[in-house]
Structures are given as structure tokens and as C-alpha cells.
Design a binder for this molecule. Structure first.
Ligand SMILES: Cc1ncc(COP(=O)(O)O)c(C=O)c1O
Length: 279
């Protein structure tokens, strides 16, 4: 089977995978998730993803043992006929007749899919992403990787509809948060800065790994609050996530960032990330 699903203990083709309409993930978005890549079937930064999953589960009070997950994911990697695999892993609170209050007795639902990694084209990487700014309308706990993603979905779709590649959330006081599915960094000289790991942003696994990449390149790496003017005025801007790895941002609201191309430090970090992740 090239693409594969897993639902509560059973592997099956994706189009045969079903969950109940009474699942609280479907009814309330009551669940959390991770997207994990495996290169040549070898899981990349798996422990960091599971650590964040445990934190997300704890924050929304889903009692779930993550210990068996690695063996299940590795079995999925063996069963699917793919080399570079995108593993989507979701844990919802489980199935119960629809009522807001969390039931006393409920068994979490575990869903996984195993699909090919969607590679960004070389042309897109060389052009870089065009971002638009958008108002932060999300909830106060964005550090929880919740499946409830409606503001992200709407902002991304609006960005595409208007000819951008993605949107970056800006709080009402001008503070830069993150993109719809990626963290954001500014580069000034040989220093990279990303918004601090507060409740307002997802604590990116890639963001954490980039601190190591930066250290080995002699690039200073810090977390600090910065506003939209600092974003617009930076030498370089890039996004980071499991999916985009390191992706240059070359314009914001149609105005070029720096010289308008992929910046030198962004390129170095991308090359270092690639070498270490695929190495
Ligand atoms: C809102 C948001 N921020 C940041 C990220 C980057 O996280 P990671 O590097 O762990 O993939 C994601 C990834 O999906 C995301 O959805």
C-alpha cells in the first residue's frame, strides 16, 4: 500500500479509514496533532514531536499514553511503500454523544496517515514566499497544537486568493506572531530572531533545531518580541516548519524584504538544515 492510514489499532487504505460522527474531534475540534517527517523511512526529530504532543495533550487534559506511538509509527513506515514519508498523527478526546462537557469516561481516538512528503519546487524556493500580514484572531493557547485551525485555514485561503503564498499573524499592538503553519524569523546581520515561545505561538520543532544549525554556522540565535516594522525592515526573513524546512520570505504586503531575493544567511541555514536532516 503506497499511502496508508491507521485508526485505533488498525492499518488500512486511507479511503477505507473512518471515525464516528460522534468523535469529539469532528464535533468540537477537541484534539491535538503532530506532523512528522521520515527521510528514507528514518524518523526526523521524533522525540521532540512526541514531547510537544505530550504537552498539548496535557494542556487540554486528554489522558493518553504516548509510549506505544513510536512502534506504531515505525510499523506504518514499514507497511507503506514510500521512502520520504509525511506522518500525520492525531489524538482526539474520543467518541461520545455531543455535549460540551468532557465526559468522565472516554477513550481517545488515534488516527495516523502516511503519505509522500510534498516537496516544494526549486523555482518556488528560489523565488521565496510572498507574505501578507493579517490580524491575529486566534485563541490565547496557540502553543497547543490543536486540530481547531479555522483562523489559520481562513487566513491561508485568503492569502492564496489574493495572490500571496501565506499570511503572517500580527497582534493588535503590532507584535509579530507566526505564519498560518510555520514560525517566522527575521535576520539582521549575523543574528536570527524569532518571537519568544509564549502561549501565543506554536513552539516549533524546526525552530528549536535551527538554533543548533545556527550555532554551528556562527549565527547568533535569539527569541525576542519584534513588531511589524522590524519585520518589514529586516535584512532577511524566513519561515520554518517541518513542511517548508527553511523557506525565504522575499516580500511582505507586496514590498520586497531586503534585496528582494533569498538572503545569504537564509541560504546557509537551509543548506545546513538539509545536510543535517537528510544527511
Ligand atoms: C501555526 C504553526 N506554527 C509553527 C509551525 C512549525 O512547527 P514545526 O516546526 O514543529 O513543524 C507549525 C507547523 O505545523 C504551525 O502549524
Amino acid at each position: 500500500m503506497p499511502e496508508l492510514a491507521y485508526v485505533n489499532g488498525v492499518f488500512c487504505p486511507i479511503d477505507k479509514a473512518v471515525v464516528s460522527i460522534d468523535d469529539r474531534g469532528f464535533q468540537f475540534g477537541d484534539g491535538v496533532y503532530e506532523v512528522i517527517f521520515a527521510y528514507k523511512r528514518k524518523l526526523f526529530l521524533f522525540d521532540q514531536h512526541i514531547k510537544r504532543l505530550r504537552r498539548s495533550l496535557g494542556e487540554i487534559r486528554i489522558d493518553f499514553d504516548t509510549e506505544p506511538l513510536q512502534a506504531i509509527v515505525e510499523e506504518g513506515l514499514r507497511r507503506c511503500e514510500l521512502s520520504d514519508v509525511m506522518v500525520y498523527l492525531q489524538v482526539t478526546r474520543g467518541k461520545a454523544p455531543r455535549a460540551h462537557a468532557i465526559p468522565a469516561e472516554i477513550t481517545p481516538t488515534v488516527v495516523m496517515t502516511f503519505r509522500p512528503i510534498p516537496e516544494l519546487s526549486r523555482a518556488f524556493r528560489e523565488r521565496g514566499a510572498k507574505l501578507m500580514t493579517t490580524r491575529e484572531t486566534r485563541w490565547a493557547n496557540c502553543s497547543v497544537k490543536a486540530i481547531t485551525l479555522l483562523p489559520n485555514v481562513l487566513a491561508k485561503s485568503e492569502a492564496l486568493r489574493r495572490g500571496f503564498d501565506d499570511a503572517v499573524f500580527i497582534a493588535d499592538d503590532g507584535e509579530v506572531r507566526e505564519c498560518t503553519s510555520a514560525n517566522i524569523f527575521i535576520v539582521n546581520g549575523r543574528r536570527i530572531t524569532s518571537p519568544p515561545r509564549t502561549d501565543s505561538v506554536l513552539h516549533g520543532v524546526t525552530q528549536g533545531f535551527l538554533a543548533q544549525c545556527a550555532a554551528s554556522l556562527g549565527i547568533a540565535c535569539e527569541e525576542a518580541v519584534f513588531d511589524v516594522e522590524a519585520l518589514r525592515g529586516a535584512d532577511e526573513v524566513f519561515m520554518s516548519s517541518t513542511a517548508v524546512e527553511v523557506l525565504a520570505v522575499t516580500s511582505i504586503d507586496e514590498k520586497p524584504v531586503g534585496l528582494g531575493g533569498v538572503g545569504a544567511q537564509t541560504k546557509r541555514l537551509f543548506d545546513e538544515f538539509r545536510a543535517r536532516s537528510r544527511g
